[in-house]
Design a binder for this molecule. Structure first.
Ligand SMILES: NC(=O)c1ccc[n+]([C@@H]2O[C@H](COP(=O)([O-])OP(=O)(O)OC[C@H]3O[C@@H](n4cnc5c(N)ncnc54)[C@H](OP(=O)(O)O)[C@@H]3O)[C@@H](O)[C@H]2O)c1
Length: 340
């Protein structure tokens, strides 16, 4: 359930609000807009040393000052560097945040779960995290012993809540059975063009006081206006079908609709994309940011109330977008990498 939103004057990146909407579910209270930190110190995003060694900490500091409480990381991001950077940036302000990290269940033996959790806590510089998430389901290992170990961590006070990520509705429910209690959240890809969670996950979360944590809420910046058929990002995104010249061309109509809706509010397309998700109860977003200015814009999106009509316009534009997929899209990725 979302709290009431006070008005905000401007959605310009230089917004000065020190307030962010809070979403309550399952006994947890988190800011509707959180901060994703996969970008911190990870090669995949290619943001470099100046970002990892400076801008990342400034983004965290500004997020704290704007009232962001939800910070998401994972032990695999930058092989622990993201946790380390985030932990240092939060030093002295740990009690202000709802800190979430993730366990990578390659070999989910109970002893490994404990060891990995303790290593995450060390890197984060804290005695406990608020949310410990299983990063993905591991179909090759029985999940019972892993969730038993997670229940032990909770009893020992090392984690306040347990969550899952990339789990199907059935996977989420069977995780709860193995855990022996509610699993607070499922962190899944959810954005204008990836709407799978709406079929079952979201209604179930809403009916059962659980949380959907939307990752890649900006489709990794595909529709921000910064990237096009002729201007493509490097790193992990250069392998994504969404960013091929062909699909960027096909997305022109969607980008135009986002811009047109945004213009009506004096907002940016990225803010509209986040606000669209935040209209859905029990949903919070964790956009990553390559700069403090982006973070500021993203936080301000929590105060942007889209009309039902604009929501509908966006849904229709997203439905018209038919990206090339499968083998054809893979061939486009290769062609784009070869510059042809
Ligand atoms: N559980 C999982 O399996 C999983 C998977 C993926 C991500 N995640 C989590 O979710 C977080 C967010 O997802 P994501 O990083 O994949 O994608 P995202 O949040 O959709 O996109 C982040 C990127 O969008 C661009 N951007 C951000 N704010 C912007 C703004 N206001 N205006 C214009 N561009 C903006 C930036 O890239 P440029 O400026 O370079 O364009 C930024 O790095 C991650 O950091 C991570 O914590 C979890």
């Amino acid at each position: 359930m979302a709290g009431a939103a006070p008005p905000v004057q401007s959605f310009a990146p230089a917004v000065r609000v020190r307030w962010v909407r809070i979403v309550n579910a399952g006994g947890a209270a988190v800011s509707a807009v959180g901060l994703g930190t996969w970008q911190f110190g990870s090669r995949e995003w290619g943001y470099g040393a100046a970002y990892a060694g400076g801008e990342a900490a400034r983004i965290v500091e500004r997020a704290l000052d704007l009232g962001v409480t939800l910070f998401d990381t994972a032990e695999i991001y930058g092989r622990g560097r993201s946790e380390t950077i985030l932990g240092r940036a939060l030093a002295g302000r740990r009690d202000e945040v709802f800190l979430a990290t993730k366990y990578a269940p390659f070999f989910p033996h109970p002893a490994a779960v404990r060891r990995h959790a303790q290593a995450s806590l060390r890197r984060l510089g804290t005695d406990s995290v608020d949310l410990y998430q299983v990063h993905w389901p591991n179909p090759l290992a029985p999940s019972g012993p892993m969730f038993g170990a997670l229940a032990d961590l909770k009893r020992a006070g090392l984690v306040a809540h347990v969550g899952v990520s990339n789990h199907s509705p059935a996977g989420w429910r069977s995780a709860e059975a193995a855990f022996g209690g509610p699993i607070l959240s499922n962190q899944v890809e959810y954005n204008l063009v990836t709407r799978g969670p709406e079929a079952e996950l979201l209604p179930w979360a809403q009916a059962n006081d659980r949380l959907i944590i939307a990752y890649s809420p900006l489709a990794q910046g595909a529709f921000s206006g910064r990237w096009s058929a002729t201007s493509r990002p490097g790193g992990v995104r250069s392998f994504k079908p969404l960013f091929t010249p062909e699909n960027m061309r096909r997305a022109e109509d969607l980008r135009a609709t986002l811009s047109s809706v945004a213009a009506g509010y004096g907002a940016t397309p990225s803010q509209v994309a986040l606000a669209w998700l935040l209209r859905r109860p029990n949903v919070v977003v964790i956009p990553g940011a390559s700069s403090v200015a982006q973070l500021e814009g993203n936080v301000a999106a929590a105060d942007l109330d889209l009309t039902a009509e604009d929501d509908d316009r966006l849904v229709r534009a997203a439905a018209r977008f038919e990206p090339r997929t499968g083998v054809a899209a893979a061939a486009d990725v290769v062609r784009a990498k070869l510059g042809r």
